[in-house]
Design a protein around this ligand. Structure first.
Ligand SMILES: Cc1ncc(COP(=O)(O)O)c(C=O)c1O
Length: 485
């Protein structure tokens, strides 16, 4: 029944009519409408004209369109802006966080196999393809991974169109208008937009960088001030979001930090949304391995965990993600999800299940972490030689590098209009790096509220999930620019 209904929905959408204007029984007229329109090229809506005496001359009034309020405040994302800039200046793009190298063969082959041989090309279970939810439950069950042998694959997991849709469905499922969600800055830029679209209100707490004399030069130097965290709670707080390992800081939260966060979350009795899409990208020099938030005392019943096959297997374009949560919360998320994509691409779900099984047996996660860490070190070295020392990230895809010593030289190239006083300083620096050097980073202020943007004014975010030759070319350009008189 659900599948039939979903098929009917597709027919309605492609006809240009809105679902709300039709009852299900009226769907049977659609084929006739569309075939007459294609053969005679007469609009199927002609008979609905308000001027029956002379339908041909009754030009409809021009559409006056204004976007819905929930989207009218959104602009293009910083990634769109900097990708366009990269193209315009033929710059090496270390901006957006997607791998430019090929996904592992066992992953690609599984995808191809399930499209071509298994012919798994139809709708599947909305909450998640059975094989994938079973595999995810097994993957997360061992004590060293999730310490959560009680995951029920049929009730505690929702497979989503990437973690992004998982997050969207989560906010739709848990927020009532006016409910507040605490975000840590810098934040993944989808969170605030998704919270406001669900009628919620984001509240912000910055992660702060230790004072220079207390730093060790790694992502561990970023910390959450617990007093500030506590102060952000109000009677309307419904949830907090933790991103661990963190984008863009590369911070892998230590157990003591997670315990402190968990204690406050339990005391305030709210939900914790734990974005763990980089869980398998934790390097050997991190203070500890990734610790899932749900494994801390009191957290299992209140944690919504998000994962991503895109990050795990370097297939960001597949958009397969998942939510793992206690059954009643997962059910609410499913209720939203069934009306967003209904279900996620079937062959890719089956392929991700195969890939997880293979990776768990073959030691892929350790190998990939080592390979990615080499890229991190390559970029860190090259940036340092180019005069942009980085803060060593312990996980994820990104290095935040200090641009203060290269800025005076960049400044010399500024032309009128390049520095917009209404934009944060790191924005100007990143744009100028693109124009003068031919290397594109992303300004980290895009992931902060205006109040806290100055804290990253001398930093730029560079992605190292790139081919070695791309990293090398970026570093060569930076070094050549640094060597210029
Ligand atoms: C912190 C974080 N969460 C979620 C996502 C999105 O994951 P997906 O591609 O699975 O939607 C990203 C992608 O960059 C991310 O950095």
């Amino acid at each position: 029944m659900t599948t039939l209904f979903a098929a009917a929905t597709v027919a309605v959408r492609s006809s240009g009519l809105s679902l709300s204007s039709l009852s299900l029984s009226s769907l049977s007229v659609l084929p006739r409408l569309s075939s007459s329109s294609s053969s005679s090229k007469i609009s199927p809506f002609a008979s609905m004209s308000t001027s029956p005496s002379n339908p041909a001359s009754a030009a409809p009034p021009p559409l006056v369109f204004s976007p819905a309020q929930r989207v009218s405040g959104f602009g293009d994302s910083v990634f769109a802006e900097f990708t366009a800039l990269a193209i315009a200046h033929s710059a090496v793009n270390l901006g957006q966080g997607f791998p430019d190298f090929a996904a592992p063969d066992f992953v690609k082959q599984a995808g191809a196999k399930h499209i071509v041989e298994s012919n798994l090309n139809q709708y599947v279970r909305s909450m998640g393809h059975v094989k994938l939810v079973n595999t995810l439950a097994r993957h997360y069950a061992p004590a060293d991974r999730h310490n959560n042998p009680s995951i029920n694959p049929m009730t505690d997991i929702v497979v989503t169109a990437g973690a992004t849709e998982g997050m969207f469905a989560t906010f739709q499922a848990i927020l009532n208008p006016g409910d507040e969600v605490i975000l840590m800055e810098p934040f993944y830029d989808a969170y605030p937009a998704q919270i406001t679209m669900a009628g919620g209100v984001p509240r912000y707490v910055p992660l702060r960088l230790k004072a220079a004399e207390a730093r060790n030069g790694t992502s561990d130097d970023w910390y959450l001030d617990l007093a500030e965290f506590r102060a952000a709670f109000t009677s309307k707080t419904k949830a907090i979001v933790l991103n661990n390992p963190h984008n863009p800081l590369g911070k892998v939260f230590r157990r003591d930090e997670l315990e402190a966060i968990a204690q406050v979350v339990c005391e305030k009795n709210v939900i914790a949304i734990s974005d763990e899409v980089y869980e398998h990208l934790v390097f050997n020099d991190a203070p500890n391995r990734h610790i899932p938030l749900s494994t801390l005392p009191g957290m299992l019943e209140r944690t919504i965990k998000l994962g991503s096959a895109g990050k795990t297997f370097s297939v960001t374009g597949w958009k397969v993600g998942w939510v793992v949560a206690p059954a009643p919360i997962a059910r609410a998320i499913f209720l939203a999800h069934q009306w967003i994509p209904f279900c996620v691409a079937a062959p890719f779900q089956e392929a991700v299940a195969d890939a997880l099984e293979h990776a768990d047996k073959s030691g892929f996660f350790d190998e990939f972490q080592v390979a990615l860490c080499k890229k991190r070190d390559r970029l860190m070295d090259g940036l340092k030689q180019g005069g942009l020392p980085g803060i060593l990230p312990h996980g994820g895809y990104f290095v935040l590098a200090d641009t203060s010593s290269i800025w005076p030289k960049l400044q010399r190239d500024l032309q009128s209009g390049d520095a917009n006083p209404s934009q944060p300083h790191d924005y100007t620096v990143c744009k100028q790096l693109t124009k003068s050097v031919g290397v594109v980073p992303i300004p980290p202020s895009s992931f902060f509220t205006p109040q806290h943007q100055p804290s990253v004014k001398d930093l730029a975010r560079f992605a190292f999930c790139k081919e070695d030759r791309v990293i090398d070319e970026a570093c060569r350009r930076l070094q050549a620019f640094g060597a210029k008189k």
